[in-house]
Design a protein around this ligand. Structure first.
Ligand code: CUK
Ligand code: CUA
Length: 620
């Protein structure tokens, strides 16, 4: 046995090496004294029995889900269903998740953000937003399941968030699309007067595990793109980029790119909070809507080169960096200078009632790395150095925000949107790893037809930047966050819940209760059978009448790690999952008469195949 392990791991290492697409195996890499002396294959190889150092939580874009990878191996570990149905876990089929999804079947998840304590990821929750159907969600990291989803009224396309403040006071959700308040019908001829880009201050109550809205802000009818919360000295502030300040209502490709300058919206959320407390808002569809043009202060515009995309706050909280998108430059702004300009009313005019700060007074430096095109997003390492993705020149550029000097650059395949560094949005990033989230991975993997998978490339940033591994990813990686693995504390089984009246933990407590045409089944799943009514002649059979309203409450009484059961009824298009100790409910109308086998969908024991029964529906 002892002999077998080194041989097998040697073989595996060889296999890993053979599958790396962009690795550099030259001896030069090995003699680089600043980098580790390990080969690239060894750096990403996690032997069987060992675990990765980091979790990567990647946005699933229009898949609506979140993808979990291990770093540095770049192995995909799990999909967490968030905004879209997922039959593998029964998400969106069982009662609880169906209700959470609010009638929608899909979402477009762009920006995941961890909950924070003192500006550091605390490993408790993950937040995300849905551009497609204007929702926000929270995922519990004890179970890697979605806990709550909130439909955000008065808004269309909360894109740029989620980003959270230093102690998770708020998650701000500015929107990509302007709409009339309440999303009522309105002619586009009245766009400038009647449309607004609404930002919502979303809160999270840890006790009830529910999301809520503290207040909303009716901003001008522009597109709000990316944003970031301040840190340390700038912790009370937040920034977001805008485009289409031209207020184009058609052919945005051209019409929204006319003006040489758009803005960064700089706001003080403590002041907005004060306005809310003092009742300085109007009721719009049951929400507290602040109209900033009627208030004094709190929100300022900072001019920036046309149509910027990302804006990112440095780990020390001193600067915010806008990426040009259409302008080939990154602009570094100083919070300190901005605060001074605010205090001195150093304004260059106003737009839509919002004061514009003097560009020269706030700008620290413009950075134009040679031939670098299409800057989108910036991340940071442990030394405060910046890494900006260049969508058009398809590379990552490392530079010093304090001097503007270009330090290093590495090509990626191809067209990176975001990148993510280890613990990158905290006040103390880790360095070590950066992952480029590429939109186009042409010819990286075996062909799967005309549309190729997207890719994530792992870059070792401990010395000279080197791409050392890549992993395919389902559509579509926008942002991701990377957290130290030991910060996440998962549970092994769901604890018994005495207050859950749907839960049954003993065979003798199982029963089928009829109230009029409602049928409630209180059953258990265990290796390797279902028991719906222990006293019945056939305990694993459910019999109802056509048209009955059926509730199946199922508890998995295998309090044993990883013994998950599923529950599906043949031809009824239903499936749900019960994890160890969990109780779940399926609700439906028995609208088809007949004989329908029911079975466990999740392989749970050698007798999994025997874990079935019948669902009988007597015709009317
Ligand atoms: S956006 Cu996708 S590359 Cu939604 Cu963060 Cu910039
Ligand atoms: Cu239970 Cu398979």
């Amino acid at each position: 046995m002892k002999k077998w392990i080194p041989i097998a791991s040697g073989l595996l290492a060889g296999f890993v090496a053979a599958t790396i697409s962009f690795a550099d195996f030259s001896p030069k890499a090995k003699t680089d004294t600043t980098a580790s002396t390990k080969s690239n294959a060894e750096k990403v190889y996690v032997p069987f029995g060992e675990k990765d150092d980091y979790y990567l939580f990647a946005s699933g874009g229009h898949s609506g889900q979140m993808f979990i990878y291990g770093v540095p191996s770049m192995r995909k570990i799990r999909t967490i269903p968030v905004f879209s149905q997922d039959s593998a876990t029964g998400y969106g089929f069982d009662e609880h998740s169906k209700k959470m999804m609010g009638g929608y079947t899909w979402g477009d998840l762009h920006h995941p953000a961890f909950s924070e304590t003192n500006g550091d990821y605390d490993g408790k929750y993950m937040f995300a937003t849905d551009v497609a159907n204007s929702r926000a969600a929270v995922v519990d990291l004890k179970t890697f399941t979605t806990k709550d989803i909130l439909k955000v009224p008065n808004t269309a396309g909360p894109h740029c968030a989620a980003f959270v403040t230093e102690n998770t006071e708020y998650m701000f959700l500015p929107t990509r699309f302007a709409v009339p308040l309440g999303q009522k019908y309105e002619s586009l001829d009245n766009y400038s007067q009647s449309f607004r880009g609404v930002m919502s201050a979303v809160t999270f109550n840890e006790k009830s595990e529910k999301l809520g809205i503290a207040y909303q802000v009716a901003l001008p009818p522009w597109s709000y793109d990316l944003s970031d919360a301040g840190k340390k000295g700038s912790a009370d502030w937040a920034v977001m980029t805008t485009y289409n300040t031209e207020e184009a209502t058609t052919n945005q490709e051209i019409n929204a790119s006319q003006a040489d300058r758009d803005y960064i919206v700089l706001f003080n959320w403590k002041e907005l909070e004060k306005m809310e407390k003092e009742g300085k808002y109007e009721d719009v569809g049951g929400q507290k809507m602040i109209f900033p043009e009627k208030q004094k202060g709190g929100i300022y515009l900072v001019p920036v080169a046309k149509s910027p995309h990302g804006v990112d706050v440095t780990p020390d909280g001193k600067y915010f960096i806008a990426s040009g998108k259409l302008a080939p430059s990154m602009t570094v702004f100083s919070f300190e200078k901005a605060f001074k300009a605010v205090a001195n009313k150093d304004f260059a005019g106003e737009r839509n009632g919002l004061p514009i700060l003097n560009y020269k007074s706030v700008m620290e430096r413009e950075v134009n790395p040679e031939n670098a095109l299409g800057p989108l997003h910036t991340q940071f390492d442990d030394k405060g150095m910046a890494y900006t993705t260049m969508f058009i020149s398809s590379e990552i550029v490392k530079w010093n925000p304090k001097t503007g000097e270009t330090l290093d650059r590495v090509p990626v395949q191809y067209s990176p949107g975001h990148s993510v560094s280890a613990e990158g949005d905290t006040v103390a990033p880790d360095g070590k790893w950066l992952i480029a989230l590429n939109k186009i991975a042409k010819d990286t993997y075996l062909s799967v037809g005309p549309s190729h998978p997207e890719s994530m490339q792992l870059i070792d940033i401990s010395g000279k930047m080197q791409v050392i591994q890549s992993a395919p990813v389902d559509p579509e990686p926008h942002y991701a966050q990377m957290i130290k693995a030991d910060k996440i504390k998962t549970i092994n089984v769901y604890p018994k819940d005495k207050n859950n009246k749907d839960a049954v933990y003993k065979k003798d407590d199982t029963k089928i209760v009829r109230k009029g045409n409602e049928v409630h089944v209180y059953g258990i799943a265990m290796r390797s059978k279902f028991i719906f009514d222990a006293k019945a002649k056939r305990p694993d059979v459910i019999e109802v009448n056509e048209g009955d309203h059926v509730f199946i409450h199922l508890t998995n009484i295998d309090f044993d790690e990883d013994i998950t059961h599923g529950f599906a009824i043949n031809s009824y298009d239903l499936n749900m999952e019960v994890q160890p100790g969990q109780t779940n409910t399926m609700e439906f109308i028995a609208n088809k008469a007949g004989t329908f086998p029911l079975y466990c969908t999740n392989f749970c024991s050698a007798l999994h195949q025997e874990m079935n029964g019948y669902f009988l529906v007597k015709p009317k």
